[in-house]
Write a protein that binds this ligand. Structure first.
Ligand SMILES: [Zn+2]
Length: 133
């Protein structure tokens, strides 16, 4: 009897755990908000490529080709529009934000030569460069 109860409890716990896992573990978060769309877009491009290939080798009739191509292009347009919408709402940090042209961090006050690191003396004109205070 005790064994039976123990088995029932174990099974119940297992079912409970599995049930929770299925419910509470969503799809892994996409890295980018448009990642899944990017993948969709890539897939559509691949399909278009395959389609063009099959058409070229004569596997598809004109009708089939045009119809399938039209469908894929429509799908692609939808994906692109969705991506635009998402990107406009929340530009991903990965996209470089265009700002004013980058100024070199260090430059010689005498000849304006630019350096990417602080220098005591200018490598161009040889004069001493005072650090910023
Ligand atoms: Zn200089």
């Amino acid at each position: 009897m005790i064994l039976f109860v123990a088995v029932v409890i174990v099974v119940a716990v297992l079912l409970f755990t599995l049930g929770i896992r299925e419910k509470d573990l969503p799809e892994p978060e996409p890295v980018s908000p448009v990642q899944h769309l990017e993948e969709k877009k890539t897939r559509i491009y691949e399909n278009l490529r395959d389609l063009n290939f099959e058409y070229r080798v004569g596997k598809l009739s004109d009708d089939d080709y045009q119809r399938t191509k039209g469908g894929l292009q429509q799908e692609l347009a939808g994906v692109l529009a969705e991506m635009d919408q998402i990107l406009q709402a929340a530009p991903p940090a990965a996209l470089p934000v265009k700002s004013e042209p980058e100024k070199p961090a260090h430059s010689c006050p005498h000849c304006q030569a630019a350096f990417d690191r602080p220098m005591k003396f200018c490598g161009n004109c040889g004069k001493a460069i005072g650090g910023k205070k």
